[in-house]
Ligand binder design. Sequence first.
Ligand code: ATP
Ligand code: MG
Length: 386
Amino acid sequence: MKRAPQAGTAETDEADLAGHFEAFDQLATMVALSAPDGSCLQANSALENSVGVSRRTLARGNVCDWFTDPAQLRETLLLVAANQVASSRFDAQMKRLPGHGAASAELPVHVIVSQTESPTRVLVEMIEIEQQTRLDREERTHGLAQANKELVRNLAHEIKNPLGGIRGAAQLLAMEVGQPRRAGDAAAPGSYSRRELTEFTSIIIQEADRLQALVDRLLAPHRRPHVVADVNIHEVCERVRSLIQAEFPRGLTVARDYDTSIPEFRGDREQLIQAVLNIAHNATRALAERIAAGDARLLLRTRIARQATFGRQRFRLALELHIEDNGPGVPPAILDRIFHPLVSGSDGGSGLGLTLAQTFVQQHQGTIECDSVPGRTVFKILIPLP
Ligand SMILES: Nc1ncnc2c1ncn2[C@@H]1O[C@H](COP(=O)(O)OP(=O)(O)OP(=O)(O)O)[C@@H](O)[C@H]1O
Ligand SMILES: [Mg+2]
């Protein structure tokens, strides 16, 4: 008679393990299963994404090698495995592989080490500290951004109406001033000459036109319908690349690093070109000095992200487009507000470029994030893929 396999045998444990561990792929936090000496047995997909290495490779390595200062983890693994403590938590820095598109080489995490049913296996959870605060912040700013948008839109409408009246009146006045003087009309002492009066009316008209243009930009995202068709992100990138390269034929290298396996998705091509172009234009403005020096660099990079979380949702597959420059970086004083309307760090900027870009990308259920340090600024566009 054949006996059912007994619980606790090595074989059933391995099968059980694989089956249970799959569930960890649904988590946004990084999870690894390791031996007491740190040998990695399993890694979930959030971990793969964050470290930028496949789980096969991860499972051949040692958990401690992912940390800049592994002493505490090494000790904790042994303590937990030996049942001296059931679980332990601490903060640590994880290493990030170069070329992973993040501005910093280290990732601050909160580590939780806990026991499993088996004394030879320890569970290591790593929660991105940034991710936690980012989620909190996103939650808070979401409502605010919504209110902001409404306010700007209503305000734009309110400005638009009287603006037409002002411009019309100034035109009438200009015509009146231009009329020849009737006999008996004496210029009042100290009054302005006709030429000066005409100048005033033309100033009123010019300023009204300037405001009109501003208001039109504020209302732009709500005006044109969202045209949906199949979009190839690399066509979008190439279009922007050729426009930028034509504008700056010298002093600026526009490099590209594409993952050509990215599938097409439904979206509005023109809107996405506009969004990427706005970001690239900001970069070229920040790069002015380096363009003059001849070593300015703009990089367009595309990647696929798995199990990505943004815009308060989780997506199985997402497109990441990075627009990276080697300029001086976003002024720290405005870094957390650059996507708000009318926030600008440059003279003559109206502070609408990024607001528009963000609105266009949000219409694709996506979002734009920014990571900036002097010498390396990355704008990341994230869009869910089918
Ligand atoms: N790549 C970058 N490097 C440095 N600073 C940047 C970069 N991108 C944006 N910024 C900063 O963010 C600010 C806001 O950008 P945004 O495009 O919204 O407005 P703007 O460029 O000032 O005006 P507009 O785009 O309406 O003409 C910029 O003024 C600039 O200070
Ligand atoms: Mg701009």
